[in-house]
Ligand binder design. Structure first.
Ligand SMILES: *Cc1c(COP(=O)(O)O)cnc(C)c1O
Length: 353
């Protein structure tokens, strides 16, 4: 069935091993972040076999899918007050930045008779989640009052909203916070989590602060790419995941629409460049399934022109005679495309040995 995403098991395993081994050399454990593939349990297993220490996801529903795996489950997104019972049930550790939520988790943990561990998040400039570092001595004593909650560690998230790049300076701030918390409150922190795939580039030099002992990695594993500068990590594959879609129309047509131009299906007024007649093709996939601006045809002669809900239109002029209706067109993808492809129930996912 098409469209489908083909997943090359060997390439995914090799990507994971390369990252796990680089991190291990610096005393850093890797949590594989599974949200990009909606927590496919078979893909998570491949990563566990390749050496990641635990699985992490932003959604409780995804942790439920992973509950059979023999490893710890970590909830990355701040828990909603409406889901604290499920968080206690399905997550061993959750990331937190609100006292009110931590108190609600404490209550739920008490009711279930099950202690819960948290990673306290600090915002070092990216302006997504986290307590402000200057508030550390206001919040830690409050958190410690919750008897059913254990502070497992602290963490930071960068390059997600504000685009702030992890550096020895801002990660150094996190390690200083760790030292301060341990010395002041006489507790030991098992986890000092220094970010996501945007921190991977720091594994190459001698620059990642020593106290950082964990990273959470999604994109780096599935695409083999560090996310600070978008560089391919040496030895990894950018095509462990490939989309295949089928050609349903293949015709020689104009490059510019004919008639009065109004709005397209998404309320935008399209603009066209006149290139005369071109070889156009339609593949059966659309914006309901994928973000087409995040796809790249494996055949570099093809060019994506645009997409509506369920049709994607390509310019085949450079590759004209080599295609016909029924043929399969393959695409490499970026993070945003993969996220949507895995969420779409219309796209089959096939793991190749
Ligand atoms: C999504 C997410 C990650 C993983 O990010 P990648 O860039 O895919 O490695 C790590 N930490 C948190 C808190 C996240 O939400």
């Amino acid at each position: 069935m098409y469209p489908r995403v083909l997943i090359n098991k060997t390439k995914l395993k090799e990507n994971t091993e390369i990252i796990v081994n680089k991190a291990k050399a610096k005393g850093i454990s890797i949590f594989v972040v599974t949200k990009v593939h909606s927590a496919d349990v078979n893909l998570a297993k491949i990563c566990l076999d390749a050496g990641v220490s635990a699985v992490a996801d932003s959604r409780v529903q995804n942790l439920v899918k992973l509950s059979e795996l023999p490893c710890e489950k970590i909830l990355l997104r701040l828990p909603m007050l409406s889901e604290v019972d499920e968080v206690i049930k399905y997550a061993d550790i959750s990331f937190n930045s609100e006292l009110k939520t931590i108190e609600a988790l404490n209550e739920a943990a008490k009711q279930q008779g099950k202690k819960h561990r948290i990673v306290v998040m600090f915002d070092l400039g990216d302006l997504r989640e986290g307590f402000l570092p200057e508030d550390v001595d206001l919040v830690i004593p409050e958190i410690l009052k919750n008897e059913w909650i254990t502070i497992e560690g602290i963490g930071v998230n960068l390059t997600c909203y504000g685009g702030v790049i992890p550096t020895p300076d801002n990660l150094g701030e996190l390690t200083k916070l760790a030292d301060h918390i341990e010395a002041t409150y006489k507790i030991s922190l098992n986890i000092v989590s220094g970010g996501n795939s945007s921190s991977l580039y720091l594994l190459d030099g001698e620059t990642i602060p020593k106290r950082i002992n964990n990273l959470r990695v999604g994109e780096g594993i599935v695409l083999g790419r560090e996310a600070a500068y978008g560089e391919q990590i040496p030895g990894t594959h950018d095509d462990a995941f490939v989309l295949e879609a089928q050609l349903v129309e293949y015709k020689f047509k104009n490059s510019v629409p004919k008639g009065l131009i109004g709005m397209d299906a998404f309320g935008n007024k399209p603009v066209f460049e006149d290139q005369g007649m071109i070889q156009r093709g339609i593949v059966a996939i659309g914006r309901q399934d994928v973000d087409h601006t995040n796809l790249f045809p494996v055949d570099e002669r093809l060019k994506i022109l645009g997409a509506s809900s369920d049709h994607m239109i390509l310019d085949f002029t450079q590759a004209k005679a080599d295609y016909k209706v029924g043929d399969i067109v393959s695409f490499k993808m970026e993070y945003g495309a993969m996220l949507k492809l895995f969420t779409s129930e219309y796209v089959e996912k096939v793991i190749e040995e």
